[in-house]
Design a protein around this ligand. Structure first.
Ligand SMILES: [Zn+2]
Length: 322
């Protein structure tokens, strides 16, 4: 059974409109059995929303770049994909899974940000004639990193999964907010200020109250910092103001309770910033910081050793200039 809360008790006008939209949509939406979901690798979290849960690993040949959570949202007339995983091979599998669930045309591929594990499957959706959608700073970010992203991806993925992989920048750009209508189902996209990266985009599905945060939300997998630690810590309380029935992380389980889901991210970033600021004040070097900063968080996250040193470096470089 899909896991979504029953609509009960007193409904506000907004909730009433939401439930009415959902009631109208429901007969048009596919429902997938648990067995089918397991077979094709996508899990249903709410009516017309499926999520593929990526592994808590670094990209390698065996996982084919399957380390983040791509999603698909289906409306009455069309579908939108949010992120496309980390290789053309993964994008193609995701496309095939969506085709098992719905024959509605895929109109949009929305990328939550620039990182390769979220955009490298884009080319698999090109034959559908989709529109690629992203933060207005995403094209420049991808252009600047194109060569290194492709070289690294080929090396880590191996030729078989890499074959067909392209960097495809968005042509529909979100400067502030943008609504996309999938037929009786409106998604609101919001361009965020610099946090995880300088091109983070969130997506809100009004029909089910589902909030897709990309890599502004991590769970289990340690957060990675490639934008601004000050900016991310400033943005978190803003995000927490948003009312949502569930949140979908870029790395973590298929869905989480909102806003509690982001509290561990806030805690980790706060510890990291506090430790690094203290060490800068004491005149410690970056090497000292890399060895000791945020070590109290070590047992709380997967891939701590793989990513914490880079996070410390990013935080140190930023906070040094305060
Ligand atoms: Zn990321």
């Amino acid at each position: 059974m899909p896991e979504f809360p029953p609509l009960s008790g007193k409904l506000s006008r907004k909730d009433f409109l939401r439930s009415a939209a959902l009631t109208a949509l429901l007969p048009l939406l596919p429902s997938i059995s648990r067995a089918d979901a397991e077979r094709i690798g996508v899990l249903e979290i709410a009516p017309g929303i499926v999520v593929h849960v990526g592994k808590y690993q670094l990209v390698n040949q065996a996982n084919r770049g399957d380390i983040s959570n791509p999603c698909c949202i289906i409306g009455a007339t069309s579908a939108a994909v949010i992120d496309t995983s980390g290789s053309y091979a993964m994008g193609r599998d995701l496309h095939a899974a969506i085709r098992q669930i719905t024959d509605k045309p895929i109109r949009y591929v929305i990328n939550t940000h620039m990182h390769p594990d979220h955009v490298m499957g884009n080319a698999a959706f090109k034959p559908d004639g989709v529109q690629f959608v992203g933060h207005y700073k995403l094209p420049a970010a991808l252009y600047a990193r194109k060569d290194s992203y492709l070289t690294n991806a080929r090396e880590r993925l191996g030729e078989e999964s890499f074959k067909g992989t392209e960097i495809i920048p968005p042509t529909v750009l979100v400067r502030d907010t943008l609504d996309l209508d999938l037929g009786g189902r409106v998604l609101t996209l919001k361009a965020r200020s610099t946090a995880h990266t300088d091109n983070d985009l969130t997506i809100f599905d009004h029909a089910t109250g589902t909030f897709f945060l990309g890599d502004l939300l991590f769970s289990g997998h340690i957060p990675t910092l490639d934008g601004s630690i000050v900016g991310w810590l400033k943005l978190i309380p803003v995000l927490m103001q948003e009312k949502a029935d569930r949140a979908v992380p870029g790395h973590g389980p298929k869905q989480m309770a909102w806003p509690d889901a982001i509290k561990p991210v806030q805690r980790y970033l706060t510890v990291l910033a506090t430790d690094v600021r203290k060490m800068i004040k004491e005149g410690k070097t970056l090497e000292d910081a890399m060895a000791t900063a945020a070590q109290s968080e070590r047992d709380k996250w997967a891939l701590f050793n793989e990513h914490n040193p880079r996070n410390v470096t990013a935080a140190f470089t930023e906070l040094e200039w305060e």
